[in-house]
Design a protein around this ligand. Structure first.
Ligand SMILES: Cc1cc2nc3c(=O)[nH]c(=O)nc-3n(C[C@H](O)[C@H](O)[C@H](O)COP(=O)(O)OP(=O)(O)OC[C@H]3O[C@@H](n4cnc5c(N)ncnc54)[C@H](O)[C@@H]3O)c2cc1C
Length: 238
């Protein structure tokens, strides 16, 4: 049977996760609680939604700070959100899902069809996290390179003035994407490629051997990578 712990503080949540093998955090629950999702029958689910920040604000340097519990719809609705980030949030086509799914949960899921990670990487996003050494800050790039972590994500910071362009290629707005690719001026290309994972840099993208799956054949994926890279380069150079 699943066990749900409703944590009241970050410290309590972290200890519960550390002490329980296979435990997962719960924020929006769209990934954890869905059928076939991340929490199997015997797992411990630690609800962190009550205290996780959900506000969207500017820091002293006018960077955008998004609380990890902000939903996709919160980000779209905020007047502070730059258009390139709003676009990435709209890749989640379902309004009901957008009103529940959080930014922190999307990042931590590290999905190979991630809506947000390529765009956030292309913007040079930084994460505030909580783990065994207390509060920490680091780049999203390191978080992804390390395959995520057991730390809780508290907030994401991005430069609102970053120049980022992205494309999502899928059979329909509501099916898994074959490719979600973003280019940031001065930062390069980042992609979520179905079956291959999250790829950082054009070398990693070009070196990757795509796989045939429901979203498309390997040849099709190679083709859309080439086409999208060309389009994004034009957009970012303009
Ligand atoms: C029908 C359907 C289709 C979907 N399609 C896509 C898709 O194409 N692309 C995509 O990216 N997602 C997709 N999702 C997954 C999901 O909706 C999003 O990734 C969402 O943003 C996850 O956020 P959440 O708050 O619901 O996370 P939760 O379900 O609460 O948690 C997801 C994971 O993140 C961890 N977690 C949650 N919050 C934090 C935190 N603050 N710090 C550290 N770890 C945390 C949990 O332990 C868990 O492993 C889909 C979901 C559904 C139901």
């Amino acid at each position: 049977m699943r066990r749900i712990i409703v944590a009241k503080t970050m410290e309590e949540a972290y200890k519960a996760r550390r002490d329980s093998a296979g435990a997962v955090y719960l924020t929006g629950g769209t990934e954890v609680l869905r059928l076939g999702g991340r929490a199997d029958a015997g797992s411990t689910i630690i609800d962190i939604s009550s205290f996780l920040p959900a506000d969207i604000s500017l820091d002293r340097d006018k960077n955008l700070v998004i609380g990890a519990a902000a939903t996709f719809q919160d980000v779209i609705d905020s007047p502070l959100t730059p258009e390139w980030l709003r676009k990435a949030c709209r890749y989640m086509a379902s309004l009901s899902l957008r009103m529940q799914a959080t930014v922190g949960g999307n990042i931590a899921s590290l999905r190979d069809d991630s809506y947000l990670i390529p765009t956030l990487l292309a913007a040079g996003a930084r994460l505030k996290t909580y783990g065994n050494r207390g509060f920490m800050e680091g780049s999203l790039q390191d978080y992804v390179s390390n395959g995520g972590s057991r730390y809780a994500i508290l907030s994401v910071t991005v430069d609102r003035d970053a120049c980022v362009a992205s494309r999502r290629i899928a059979r329909s707005s509501s099916t898994h994407s074959a490719l979600n690719i973003a280019l940031g001026r001065g930062r390069g290309f980042f992609a979520a490629l179905k079956g291959s994972g999250i790829l950082q840099g054009i070398e990693a993208i070009n070196a990757c051997e795509p796989v045939d799956d429901l979203t498309g054949s390997a040849g099709y994926k190679r083709y859309i990578i080439g086409q999208c890279a060309g389009l994004l380069s034009q957009e970012v150079e303009e």
